[in-house]
Design a protein around this ligand. Structure first.
Ligand code: COI
Length: 355
């Protein structure tokens, strides 16, 4: 149920904005934050009154459970501004639902819609000048929740902090993306937390990704943990493979994140008459396709990365470069998706939501 959030939220604004200090033409992803943030604490079994306040550091007890047991989840969303200065969200309900699924898996309390969605809209109204017009400009939205209760006993916290911070953003990756297909390390296992957007799913990838970076690859494509024969997802995005004119992507599972961009691209591709096959894709199919020329494209899909073509992959010390192609499905789908997000094309799916 949605409450009348304006009367349900404390709003403290900054005395002066730092927006004029920001070089919006030269942003690196996730380094600049807007003037305000939303904060809402959970204690004694209940969510407290949310507040929108100046973006600033805060104090936590050194024994707070987030530091010791990683009880932390997040979401990634974006806001877009159209030529008439209105600000739009893309499928925010999907992020809200997924956030609470992650919360359940991590033994954290469900966040009410009035705090997550209405609070976000209120925050965006205050920060609307930070959403710049023009395709490619977005305001990246990072809702997250951490366990703030103190004590190093290994049990779920009884106190949590939900926050939303905002960061003006352009592309996540600059330059070509080459990937390493994992044959040893794993991102997730059955029965684990792979489907949750839990902080630990990302930090667990840092070391193998660092090793991949050292070999010249930007990302790892994870394979299933038990056989390492099935392609699953990349570190910051889901992945699609085009073999001949069919698009393949792995089904979501308890190991694979149910990406909002992924599911939107599947719907868009189907609408465009592209054959989409959602099924486990084998590493051997990828290698075979690269060798016989039927593998035309690989691309990543995620909120931050949008649709990111991958130029080649390495598997067990052999690098396979993909052919340069005209009529890229990745780029065509990216265009269709971003046209909907920026309200440059009719949103027949009803995905966009005005702030
Ligand atoms: C996103 O795409 O929003 C994500 O959450 C991925 C993150 C690692 C940047």
């Amino acid at each position: 149920m949605s409450l009348n959030i304006q009367s349900e939220i404390d709003i403290m604004k900054v005395a002066s904005s730092k927006i004029n200090e920001v070089d919006f033409e030269n942003l690196t992803f996730g380094n600049v934050f807007t003037d305000h943030m939303l904060v809402c604490d959970f204690k004694e079994g209940a969510w407290q009154k949310p507040a929108i306040k100046p973006y600033e550091p805060f104090l936590l007890d050194p024994s707070a459970k987030v530091f010791h047991y990683g009880q932390a989840i997040f979401e990634g969303m974006k806001a877009y501004k159209t030529e008439d200065d209105s600000v739009w969200l893309f499928r925010p309900d999907e992020n809200y639902i997924r956030f609470n699924k992650s919360a359940e898996r991590m033994c954290m309390p469900e966040v009410p819609e009035s705090v997550f969605l209405d609070g976000l809209k209120e925050l965006l109204k205050i920060e609307k000048d930070w959403v710049k017009k023009g395709k490619g400009n977005t305001l990246y939205i990072r809702p997250f929740m951490i366990a703030i209760g103190s004590g190093v006993v290994a049990q779920p916290s009884t106190q949590y902090r939900f926050m939303i911070i905002l960061s003006p953003a352009r592309a996540y990756y600059s330059g070509e993306v080459k990937v390493l297909v994992a044959d040893y390390y794993s991102r997730a296992a059955n029965g684990g937390i792979g489907a949750a957007k839990a902080a630990g799913n990302y930090s667990g990838q840092f070391y193998p990704t660092k090793l991949a970076n050292e070999q010249g690859f930007q990302q790892v494509i994870w394979t299933d943990d038990s056989t390492h024969t099935k392609l699953e997802e990349a570190g910051t995005m889901n992945v699609f493979f085009r073999i001949n004119d069919t698009l393949y992507t792995a089904p979501t599972s308890e190991r694979i994140l149910d990406g909002v961009t992924r599911k939107s691209l599947i719907d868009l591709a189907k609408r465009e008459g592209i054959h989409v096959d959602v099924r486990p894709v084998l590493v051997s199919e990828l290698v075979e396709g690269a060798k016989n020329g039927t593998l035309k494209e690989i691309f990543g899909a995620g909120t931050a990365a949008v649709v990111n073509p991958i130029v080649g992959f390495s598997y067990q010390d052999t690098y396979y470069e993909l052919p340069k192609i005209e009529n890229s499905m990745a780029l065509a789908l990216k265009e269709k998706l971003t046209n909907i997000q920026y309200k440059l094309a009719e949103d027949t799916f009803g995905w966009t939501v005005k702030v």
